[in-house]
Write a protein that binds this ligand. Structure first.
Ligand code: ADP
Length: 583
């Protein structure tokens, strides 16, 4: 059913607080004349709070539809209040003052409502304030109108805003606030007040949908703002920690481009943050170590963290510094790896101390070796003398002295070997030789030092290997002396030789205290000794197995243990047969 616009307003939008956003003066006057004209025709009181210009324009339009003022039965039926004048009276310090609003506007409406229950009000002071740029005052005035509307819910109020006053700077929030002050939004000129009821309703529902979308967007925006605020606080907290760290903290992309550089990085590498950011990380990697970067990136791409990686980096002045690096992948919100954060700790000082300590150990063991060798020589001399005199007691004492000197010599040699290994100075005299006679010889020698254990060598076969005969012998001596040391209550040790898949295998089995599984790898670390009560009483430095394994690895071989706590241990070393040696 087609319904004329004025009837539409009367029938559908009665007692509402309406708003229209208009594009041209013409469309505003159309809307005003439809709203006011409709009211006059229905015998309602109409109050027009408009500028003089709009009031006069409205009268023209009303005349066109046969409603000049003479046709209005009672003069009180059409009341014009000059919007500009009223506005200036309402305002105190840039805001509408509620008391004045009640006095100037409220009182006119109250009187009209008393006379006639149906009242229409057109008001454009809000639009004047909005156009002036005083959005806060416009919104406040809309609130005052709403309060008044709640007080006298019989009148319809129609506000109109020129669309051009909503420029690009008007935020969705302000626009939404205006919409929220009104119960209905009348579509702008495209539909206008001359559109059919169906079209108007459809358009209104579209606008309401838009308004609820706006509302949802606003809520979402508020949530994003809240999260941003939290993440901004986190960001500042983290930034403060990073900045005050004594370790250099640097971040980079997966292409190696530096993205952040803290104060400690400036001090450590000598480049300022401005100088370093945006450059490639090779800025601080010495040319001969550039391959490291590729390896690091490859690991990071797989999400692997790198911890305490000790290496060398380069300062701006070209000086090399020793650093320990811990590098972690940086992921984006979706978990994708987008870069890396790197913590670099200067370990030059620690390394220097370690070097001095190693030097000291190396020097001290070297210096100790000479007097101990002299002691051994004199002991053997004395032994010869007392043998000829058949002084059995002295000979017994001398034998004990000699065995203690041997222990001391082993300790000193181990210390020397360790420091040489650490500095890469341990030399290997590589040769082809048969392992069987060496094993036989060592078993016999070690047997000569013990009366408590019988060392049983199961069959031997000729086995050609390539290596340093003395060093390999040293490994076997170490395994045998450990086997004796850690099996006080047993009386035998079994040595076996075999070949398997191109390797020579030599194993030493004891029936002693054994080793719990938890320690079976650790015992090959430097200075590691099992510290359970059962092991506490055994002397040693905890370096024999470390040296033995290192020697085996240098021979393309291995050293392993099989053991059970309380059930003895079997240490096995494996060497490639000479034919299988990889050059
Ligand atoms: P050391 O014997 O001087 O302490 P090693 O490096 O030779 O140093 O051995 C490291 C540790 O391994 C020993 O302290 C001991 O706890 C354990 N261990 C080595 N050999 C045996 C063994 N045959 N039986 C039981 N424990 C052993």
């Amino acid at each position: 059913m087609a319904v004329s616009p004025d009837q539409t307003l009367i029938t559908t939008l009665k007692k509402q607080h309406l708003v229209q956003f208009y594009e041209s003066e013409g469309s505003l006057l159309n809307a005003m004349s439809a709203f006011i004209g409709g009211g006059l025709k229905a015998g309602e009181t109409c109050i027009v709070l408009a500028t003089r210009e709009h009031h006069e324009g409205l009268l023209e339009r009303l005349k066109e539809i046969g409603l000049d003022r003479s046709a209005v039965p009672a003069q009180e039926q059409y009341i014009w209040l000059d919007a500009t004048e009223v506005m200036s009276k309402l305002m105190v310090a840039g805001m509408p003052e509620p008391g004045r609003f009640a006095e100037i506007v409220g009182s006119v409406i109250a009187q009209a409502v008393q006379r006639q229950p149906h009242v229409r009000v057109f008001g454009e002071i809000v639009a004047l304030l909005w156009t002036e740029g005083n959005q806060a005052a416009a919104i406040r005035l809309e609130e005052l109108w709403n309060d008044l509307h709640n007080q006298f819910p019989v009148f319809s109020l129609f506000c109109a805003y020129p669309l051009h006053s909503f420029d690009e700077q008007t935020t969705a929030r302000e626009f939404l606030e205006i919409c929220q002050q009104h119960s209905h939004i009348i579509p702008s000129d495209n539909y206008g007040l001359h559109a059919s009821l169906d079209e108007q309703l459809q358009s209104i529902s579209q606008l309401q949908q838009q308004a609820s979308l706006f509302e949802a967007e606003l809520a979402q925006r508020k949530e994003v703002e809240r999260l941003l605020r939290i993440s901004e606080e986190d960001h500042f907290r983290l930034a403060a920690i990073v900045e005050s760290s004594d370790d250099a903290i640097v971040s980079k992309t997966l292409d190696g481009i530096i993205t952040s550089w803290n104060g400690a990085a400036e001090r450590l590498f000598g480049y300022s943050a401005e100088e370093a950011t945006g450059k490639h990380i090779t800025l601080i990697i010495p040319p001969e170590l550039r391959y490291e970067e590729e390896e690091i990136i490859a690991k990071l791409r797989q999400g692997i963290r790198i911890q305490h990686y000790e290496t060398v980096r380069m300062r701006k002045d070209g000086k090399r510094i020793e650093v320990s690096l811990s590098i972690s992948p940086v992921r984006d919100r979706s978990g994708k790896i987008i870069g890396a954060s790197k913590i670099a700790r200067d370990i030059s000082e620690r390394r220097e101390l370690e070097r001095r300590k190693d030097e000291f150990i190396s020097m001290a063991s070297h210096e100790l070796k000479t007097p101990v060798t002299a002691l051994k020589g004199f002991t053997q001399l004395l032994q010869r003398r007392f043998k000829s005199r058949s002084d059995e007691e002295t000979l017994r004492f001398l034998a004990r002295m000699e065995s203690q000197i041997d222990k001391m010599t082993t300790l000193i040699c181990d210390m020397l070997d360790l420091s040489r290994m650490q500095t890469g100075q341990l030399e290997y005299r590589m040769d082809l030789f048969d392992l069987a006679p060496l094993v036989q010889e060592i078993v016999e020698n070690v047997q000569g030092t013990t009366q408590t254990h019988r060392i049983i060598l199961e069959k031997t076969t000729a086995t050609q290997v390539y290596g340093d005969r003395d060093r390999i012998g040293q490994v076997l001596i170490n395994l045998l002396t450990n086997a004796i040391k850690y099996s006080r209550d047993a009386d035998r040790i079994i040595v076996r030789m075999a070949t398997h898949e191109g390797n020579a295998l030599v194993s030493v089995q004891d029936f002693g205290i054994g080793i719990s599984e938890a320690y079976q790898e650790k015992i090959f670390d430097q200075f590691y000794q099992v510290t359970e009560p059962a092991e506490k009483t055994y002397p040693g430095l905890g370096i024999g197995l470390y040296i033995s394994r290192t020697i085996m690895e240098r021979h393309q071989g291995q050293l392993r243990v099989q053991s059970r706590k309380g059930a003895g241990s079997t240490f096995t070393f494996q060497l490639p047969l000479a034919l299988h040696w990889r050059t």
